[in-house]
Design a protein around this ligand. Structure first.
Ligand code: URA
Length: 234
């Protein structure tokens, strides 16, 4: 048994491993072309840095008063896959990085099952600051913070967005339906029509491992639309 299969087994994800024939259909996560000879890449790089600075200086809501660090997101700023969670937890607040706790380990295993890694995708959150005591984000906090996420998506221009959990799904789709209502189809992210798939949050999967099978269906749906680049219900 290969060490990667052992690793997935440890995560309880044995059934999530692609067969060899499945794997052959997954395009390598390619970094989009950079540099156009016109200095446009440098321009977008500087906008990205400016966005990072605006996030780290942000005082738009009261969460700035209790945070240790903002959590901008991590990964490839030109990624084809973008994954969006809810908000930093205690460990993320300490380290300034998203998904570094147990839910993050599960997320890494989910990525691994898709032949992706934290370095090839971009992982962000709806909120860039930790809500105290891990409470749910408030409507005002989402309203103040979501524009940063929309700017990130506009800059990254991912080919597929995976919204993990209710808050990410509702914020990205500007919807108020439940996760059960939003799962099971491919949405269009309204700002630029990127295909968007809704799935369960990894922290929920830790509590409810029986939902992993549905999550696996969601990941396959996302992979199919990443390959096919079709936006809308199929
Ligand atoms: N949960 C999230 O939604 N985001 C993180 O970064 C960590 C846990």
């Amino acid at each position: 048994m290969s060490s990667s299969v052992v690793h997935l087994k440890e995560m309880g994800l044995t059934r999530w491993v692609f067969t060899t024939s499945d794997k052959s259909q997954i395009p390598e996560p390619i970094t989009k072309g950079t540099g156009d000879g016109l200095g446009l890449q440098e321009l977008s790089d500087s906008k990205w840095v400016e966005l990072q600075n605006r996030v780290s200086d942000c005082q738009l809501c009261s969460l700035h008063g209790s945070r240790h660090n903002t959590v901008f997101g991590t990964g490839n700023p030109k990624a084809h896959w973008m994954l969006v969670g809810e908000a930093p937890g205690a460990e993320e607040d300490r380290q300034g990085q998203p998904f570094v706790g147990r839910a993050g380990q599960l997320l890494s295993a989910m990525l691994f099952s898709l032949n992706l890694s934290r370095h090839t995708v971009f992982i962000g959150n709806v909120l860039k600051c930790r809500p105290p005591d891990n409470r749910d984000p408030l409507g005002d906090e989402v309203r103040q913070c979501a524009p940063f996420l929309h700017e990130q998506i506009r800059s990254i221009q991912p080919r597929i967005i995976l919204a993990m959990g209710r808050f990410a799904a509702q914020a990205l789709l500007q919807a108020d339906q439940s996760i059960a209502q939003l799962r099971g189809r491919v949405h269009c992210y309204p700002i630029n029509d990127t295909p968007l798939v809704v799935t369960y949050h990894p922290a929920y999967l830790l509590r409810s491992p029986q939902a992993k099978a549905k999550t696996w269906e969601d990941l396959q749906r996302a992979r199919a639309h990443y390959v096919g680049q079709v936006c809308g219900d199929q």
